[in-house]
Design a protein around this ligand. Sequence first.
Ligand SMILES: N[C@@H](CCC(=O)N[C@@H](CS)C(=O)NCC(=O)O)C(=O)O
Length: 222
Amino acid sequence: MSPIILYNHDASPPCCLVRLVAGVIGVDIKKVDVRDIENGMKNPEILKKNPQHTVPTIDDNGLVIAESRAIAMYLVSKYAKTGSLYPADLQKRVLVDQRLFFDQDLYNRILAVCAPLFYGKPVPQSDADKMKDGLDTLSRMLDGKQWLAGDNVTLADYAVAVSLATLEYNPEFAIDAAKHPNITQWISRLEESSPMYREHIEQFFETVRKTAEEEKKKAQQK
Ligand SMILES: N[C@@H](CCC(=O)N[C@@H](CS)C(=O)NCC(=O)O)C(=O)O
């Protein structure tokens, strides 16, 4: 058995989710860093593997999977020692699934307030409003709850936390603890839940800050 290959970019939030989950469950991955994120996944050989030409993509001994949340579900289902991150019980699992689908939408809203930075453009008010509406929804989901789906940390918590970490690209939209205490308290709980989580998320924050600075400079030079 060869190690699992991860087509990766360190500044990519969905890649961060895969690295984080692999780290927490203790599965070895071999990173293949795709430096040019726009073009690097577009050669014919890679396109045959992943027509979406996105990172993250994994290749587990010939089984190729794209989409970070699908990869995370697969890794936990196949390699985790316990099922708590993605429970086998259908009634518990569907709650995690629901939040993971919610996260895809939330991530797109977050991306819409971060991506303009790469082009030196302002954030349209409608996108800012949609993102804030997403945070309000998340805050309601966490009302009176420790975790997003059930009584313990699940993939849903990790996925949404990584989406929120993406806001570091545009700190103007950082979570306001006074407005969203449910969210900031839940983030603190996650940080306390596992040293591996903390390690990955801190590394990601650092990479994002560095990348955001570089992109800002590039946009100013255009
Ligand atoms: N929904 C996908 C999104 C993946 C995605 O958009 N990845 C970006 C990098 S963060 C990418 O590969 N962009 C290059 C492209 O789309 O060609 C996931 O969660 O894996």
